[in-house]
Ligand binder design. Sequence first.
Ligand code: GDP
Ligand code: MG
Length: 183
Amino acid sequence: EDKEKIYDVRYKVLLVGESGVGKTSLIRKLVGTATNKNHMNMLSTIGIDFVKKLYEVDGAKVQLEIWDTAGQERFRSITKMHYRGTKAVVFVYDVADLDSFTRLNFWLESIDQELQCSVEDTPPMIIIGNKSDLEDKREVPTERGEKLADEKLANGFWETSAKQGTNVHACFEKLAYTLTDTF
Ligand code: GDP
Ligand code: MG
């Protein structure tokens, strides 16, 4: 598909977290075009969803290839293919669902296992508390998310709303910068 290479460097980014936290909505908000939606729908049928997003970082064209899970997270059956070549991980929970936050520990452990990385070469990761628009239903205080991100040495913590678009672009752009600095 990439007949002409439009990027200088490309990074695979994997989105994980419980079903329903808004991973797919975040990606859709990020790319938001009809073409990309068709692309995603097509890939969903074979169990893979990824979108490409191009950033310009210090004069370099940086392409994030952001992988979603097409519902396999419900069965805890993310395949090896999803993990292979992952350069960054985005952990997502729902601020209005405490259980989805508690379950992040499961996702943090699986990533360590699947990527079989030592502490030194753990890929950059960020933690996102999504659905920040649901303030009246909030179950996870911002400070708990921040604390987890500190403990896990995350490269960033964001509260987002895929519904309203809050912080969605900012956090992925920041990730593109982090990756460019790291590698
Ligand atoms: P996924 O299973 O993690 O991919 O989650 P989805 O993207 O399918 O979203 C699950 C549900 O949460 C859907 O009904 C979305 O419309 C809703 N949702 C996703 N993001 C937000 C958000 O930021 N705010 C609110 N209020 N609802 C959201
Ligand atoms: Mg989904």
